[in-house]
Design a protein around this ligand. Structure first.
Ligand SMILES: CC(C)(COP(=O)(O)OP(=O)(O)OC[C@H]1O[C@@H](n2cnc3c(N)ncnc32)[C@H](O)[C@@H]1OP(=O)(O)O)[C@@H](O)C(=O)NCCC(=O)NCCS
Length: 241
């Protein structure tokens, strides 16, 4: 859009260094506390190690997501392509206060759970994925990010939506999440219903989800053995979903 200046001007051009534009495009970060590393024993006895993803792992993660987004089964394609955008959005600083948790077994990346913080009161769940099926690994990952939002960040509410039947069952049904009125409230993932958990729901039972649904609690006392076994991050060699 252009309009003529209403006064004589010394120069008719103003230029910016892009570093001066960047603060206007990025949201100022909230300086969130880190996710404390954790471990949990899965139903099949394997120990899942959950920690924050590292920026240097982004290229490998994106490479793997390129393959996952081609799997036209159980909604891996739509979730995969969105997760690709969320990981890239984190690296390119085009997503406000994101968090990405990775679940590893012997260093192999088998689970992802991510979200972002809208403000001090509300955190948004983005996606959960597992790349090794039948272990309820996804359930542990979703629980971990819920724990982060409600227990570590102490947000008042945690907003999710579900794009797949497995995701809906895992967290919508099994955590008994109510929905906000629709269409007044729409989740940022495609405008679907907002399912939500409050501090009251969390404290009245959801907090015990892992013990009830996976059979063991999440532990924040990670053993040296588990930390060592997961020292070297690697993506799975195959996409076996
Ligand atoms: C949603 C998700 C994270 C759930 O995690 P999970 O329970 O560890 O994942 P799985 O897919 O291994 O298992 C979910 C269910 O799928 C079914 N299932 C999975 N593999 C199966 C197979 N080979 N044969 C039959 N049923 C199968 C089972 O019902 C299983 O539940 P059960 O373990 O209680 O029997 C995971 O399914 C996933 O990554 N899906 C794709 C991405 C997605 O939809 N994310 C959520 C967006 S809302």
């Amino acid at each position: 859009m252009k309009l003529p200046p209403p006064v004589e001007v010394s120069t008719n051009q103003v230029s910016f260094d892009v570093s001066e534009i960047e603060p206007l495009l990025q949201a100022p970060p909230m300086n969130l506390p880190p996710w404390p590393e954790a471990q949990i024993t899965l139903r099949d006895g394997r120990i899942l190690y959950i920690r924050q993803a590292k920026l240097e792992e982004v290229p490998a993660m994106l490479g793997y997501m390129e393959k996952v987004m081609k799997v036209q089964k159980d909604f891996y394609d739509i979730v995969g392509v969105r997760v690709y955008g969320e990981i890239l959005g984190w690296a390119r600083k085009r997503i406000k206060d994101p968090f990405h948790l990775v679940g590893l077994i012997d260093g192999e990346w088998l689970g992802l759970a991510n979200g972002r913080v809208m403000n001090e009161d509300i955190a948004i769940s983005l996606h959960t994925m597992t790349f090794a099926r039948r272990g309820r690994l996804g359930w542990a990952m979703y629980y971990a990010k819920t724990y982060y939002a409600l227990e570590v960040l102490k947000c008042k509410e945690w907003w999710s939506t579900f794009e797949s039947y497995n995701g809906w069952r895992m967290a919508g049904v099994e955590m008994a999440q109510p929905t906000k009125p629709w269409p007044e409230y729409q989740h940022e993932l495609g405008g679907a219903r907002v399912y939500y958990l409050t501090q009251a729901a969390w404290n009245s039972g959801v907090k015990n989800f892992c013990e009830q649904m996976i059979g063991s609690a999440m532990s924040f006392n990670v053993t040296d053995e588990v930390r060592k076994a997961n020292e070297n991050f690697r993506v799975p060699e195959t996409v076996d979903l």
